[in-house]
Design a protein around this ligand. Structure first.
Ligand SMILES: [Zn+2]
Length: 401
């Protein structure tokens, strides 16, 4: 998409959103009007939408937050702290547009009309099951609407009916493969961290004999589809027909250049019911432009690899503790849940950064782990302690001040 096309889409979406009380009030609070946005730089003045803003709107204008309209044809839900469940609304256009772009993605990962797709995402209440279902039907492939759970039955159906494509959480796919499911060429994985955990994709592929495409998908309850990998597994390409993605510094809220770690901010470009403007996801990622052989460019090369809720500075570098969990998850023998970050001052006043993690000290290649931490965190720990027992406590102990 060219710069001008993107600007046009953004302006149209802002005009459209301004019709909703939620956005009109938000614009009024900061004193700007839709016509004030004349360039992408102006777009950076448009206020962010946070999860709290949405919760407040759904509380104040129960039950649909002021986003309901007569054109809505489907209501799904997502669990949200504070209000129990948040409705996700779709018009006929939203469902058709979603089916079209998700089916293009399925083609991009190698699915054809001849494939039989086993869909293990939930059909009731939540949106993921019907999202895959509609897309598979749209492209003319064959779908088995299994829904989640019951590994034994999933394996039986997969093997008995010649299933060639599995749509599943990666952890459930691994279970199905390890329990004897076989014959698939393609895994469409979503709903959990996948490509951001080193080695995880290979483990899942191995469970199905190794030679499969296993593509990662990233979507959000509040927004819908955001990015997904093609069959080349080169990172998650943004669904540019549907969303505009920015990466911002979570502290200053300023946009960051390509390749910098920061918070993903998403604007929907083609959503009628419950549209989203500059939604702060709290998800940590980077974005790059690179020409993939599939023709796509804007890419989250490593997907989502942490949360931006908690950010500490050590030696002048931003440290996101949740990013460490993603790194540890790629090292069997370490716990990715039980670890602590300890920040202290050294004798000369410089920051000292220690990581203490529960694990089996002899089961881990320390040098490889430290190199990985340094590469991903942009800062190496001064000390890495792998301990067999770790007392529960805060994730970050900051003793510097
Ligand atoms: Zn590609």
């Amino acid at each position: 998409m060219t710069h001008d096309e993107l600007l046009e889409k953004i302006k149209r979406q802002i005009d459209y959103c301004y019709e909703f009380r939620f956005y009109r009030e938000m614009f009024d609070r900061v004193g700007i009007k839709p016509q004030d946005v004349k360039s992408i730089d102006d777009f950076w003045n448009v206020p962010f939408t946070t999860r709290k803003d949405l919760v407040d709107a759904f509380k104040a204008h129960s039950p649909f937050g002021g986003f309901f309209s007569k054109d809505v044809v489907r209501i799904n839900f997502t669990p949200v702290p504070g209000i129990g469940f948040m409705p996700q609304l779709f018009t006929k256009h939203d469902l058709q547009s979603r089916a079209k772009s998700v089916s293009s993605w399925l083609r991009a990962i190698g699915v054809t009309e001849d494939d039989i797709v086993q869909n293990t995402f939930a059909y009731t209440f939540y949106p993921a099951g019907s999202m895959f279902h509609d897309a598979v039907e749209e492209m003319g492939a064959k779908i088995i609407p299994m829904g989640p759970g019951n590994t034994e039955e999933q394996v039986r159906v997969m093997n008995e009916y010649g299933v060639t494509v599995l749509a599943s959480n990666p952890s459930f796919a691994l279970h199905i493969g390890q329990a004897g499911g076989k014959g698939i060429r393609v895994l469409a994985a979503g709903g959990e961290p996948f490509s951001s955990i080193e080695g995880y994709r290979s483990r899942v592929k191995e469970a199905f004999g190794g030679e499969i495409v296993a593509a990662d998908y990233y979507g959000l309850a509040e927004v819908g589809r955001v990015a997904a990998e093609c069959r080349n597994e080169t990172g998650l390409h943004v669904f540019e027909d549907f969303v505009h993605v920015e990466i911002i510094d979570p502290e200053s809220a300023q946009p960051l250049p390509d390749g910098e770690r920061g918070e993903i901010v998403v604007t929907s470009l083609d959503k009628e019911a419950f549209p989203i403007l500059r939604f702060r996801t709290s998800d940590l990622s980077t974005i790059i432009h690179f020409p993939c052989v599939c023709g796509k460019e804007r890419t989250l090369p490593k997907g989502v690899f942490g949360r931006t809720d908690e950010c500490h500075k050590a030696k002048g570098v931003k440290l996101y503790p949740s990013q460490i969990a993603f790194i540890f998850a790629g090292f069997p023998g370490l716990s990715y849940k039980e670890f602590q970050v300890i920040l202290t001052k050294g004798p000369l006043g410089a920051d000292r950064f220690t990581i203490r993690v529960k694990g089996a000290p002899n089961a881990v290649d320390r040098d490889r782990l430290i190199a990985k931490l340094k590469k991903e965190l942009r800062i190496a720990p001064d000390d890495l302690e792998i301990v067999e027992d770790l007392k529960t406590g805060p994730r970050v102990i900051d003793e510097r001040f």
